[in-house]
Design a protein around this ligand. Structure first.
Ligand SMILES: Nc1nc2c(ncn2[C@@H]2O[C@H](COP(=O)(O)OP(=O)(O)OP(=O)(O)O)[C@@H](O)[C@H]2O)c(=O)[nH]1
Ligand SMILES: [Mg+2]
Length: 346
């Protein structure tokens, strides 16, 4: 499954209408003054965030967007009608690049947000505009100005709702693979995951995006392991799933690792530590049901400030359906996505 969706489109704003040359013609006024109106403005094109959209596939079939032209002016100083603006709906999370200039025009982050991508041309001046004390009957007018035209590259970056967090080897990537159709690398050694990975979970009705980041170790705040820079990716998530390998032979080590992660989080950014965080007791297939219950109870008691705990086996699939349902429900009640923060430093 591909997470960076792309599309190339062309946007052509409307041209401005021409200004006109016209003179008043009235009975008994042999030479009326100039009364040629200005042309109308061409329509502009905007991209608008549409929360209900999740992909850019619509742009595979439609790639050219044109706004209408402004109408020419007319006599009696009438300005031509403006061209209508055109709005193109895109999913939140869309980055907009100007292909030719090679620059980022902007990003649509929220529903309803508008970004001007092609400005309509101004209307030309009618001859009224050129009237002066030395020229009372100007025969001059100007044509409308062309509308802007751009080739745009749209790039949809899915924003993760849920972040997976934990020690190396805890089973974060295995859990991501279980929750979604993603195929992250999974292996029995630490630091298998080197860059953040995304997956879309889907319970038939509701979808959410989970991000798997490289494992954290003790001292990460001081640069140990892969460091903390990947935690930037978790800042915009709404819920953290703290994955814990509860099958470790040394039970104290399980709790020590949990505390280590929490203190690294706090050292990195207390706001991240304060985010809603649920515990995922993973690898229960390696324990007897009795052992699993006992270890989960101990973990829950030690982490009473983050009360939700799910016992799962990412490898065998136990407890996964319940987890997906609970996360879908949870996201419906958790506060919305926080406003965007500066992009990650890495
Ligand atoms: N028995 C069992 N093994 C599991 C389970 N989940 C993960 N594993 C194994 O644990 C090892 C590590 O799994 P990963 O998913 O790569 O762990 P990770 O947390 O992504 O590790 P890093 O990317 O290194 O941080 C692999 O050998 C997995 O097959 C589980 O529920 N049960
Ligand atoms: Mg991994």
């Amino acid at each position: 499954m591909k997470f960076v969706d792309e599309a190339l489109i062309t946007v052509q704003a409307g041209h401005g209408g021409n200004g006109v040359v016209s003179f008043r013609r009235e009975k008994f006024v042999p030479r009326g003054g100039p009364d040629g109106g200005d042309g109308g403005r061409g329509g502009s094109i905007y991209l608008v965030g549409e929360g209900g959209l999740g992909t850019l596939v619509d742009f595979r079939t439609r790639t050219l967007f044109r706004a209408s032209h402004g109408r020419p002016g007319s006599g009696a100083n009438r300005t031509g009608a403006s061209g209508e603006d055109l709005e193109i709906r895109v999913p939140p999370g869309t980055l907009v690049h100007d292909l030719k200039a090679g620059l980022l025009l902007g990003e649509i982050v929220t529903h309803g947000e508008r970004l001007l991508v092609a400005r309509g041309g101004d209307g030309g001046f009618g001859n009224t505009h050129y009237k002066s004390s030395v020229d009372r009957a100007p025969r001059r007018s100007t044509p409308g100005h062309p509308g802007e035209e751009r080739r745009l590259r749209l790039e949809l970056r899915l924003l993760a709702d849920v972040g997976l967090l934990g020690f190396p080897n805890a089973g974060k990537s295995s859990l991501l693979a279980r929750l979604s159709h993603a195929h992250p690398k999974i292996a029995d050694y630490p630091f298998t995951t080197l860059t953040p990975q995304l997956g879309v979970a889907d319970d038939g009705e509701r979808r959410w995006v989970a991000a798997d980041v490289p494992g954290l170790v003790r001292g990460a705040a001081e640069g140990a392991g892969l460091g903390l820079r990947f935690l930037n990716h978790l800042r915009r998530t709404r819920l953290l799933l703290h994955v814990v390998d509860v099958s470790l032979p040394d039970e104290d080590e399980i709790l020590d690792r949990v505390r280590a992660i929490v203190s690294e989080l706090e050292a990195f950014d207390p706001r991240l530590a304060a985010k809603p965080r649920w515990f995922i007791a993973n690898k229960i297939d390696l324990l007897t049901p009795e052992e699993a219950r006992e270890r989960c109870a101990r973990l829950a008691a030690a982490c009473a400030d983050h009360p939700r705990l799910f016992a799962v086996s990412a490898r065998e699939g136990n407890g996964i359906a319940e987890l997906v349902g609970a996360v879908s429900d949870g996201l419906a009640h958790l506060p919305g996505r926080p406003s965007p923060e500066p992009p990650p430093a890495d």
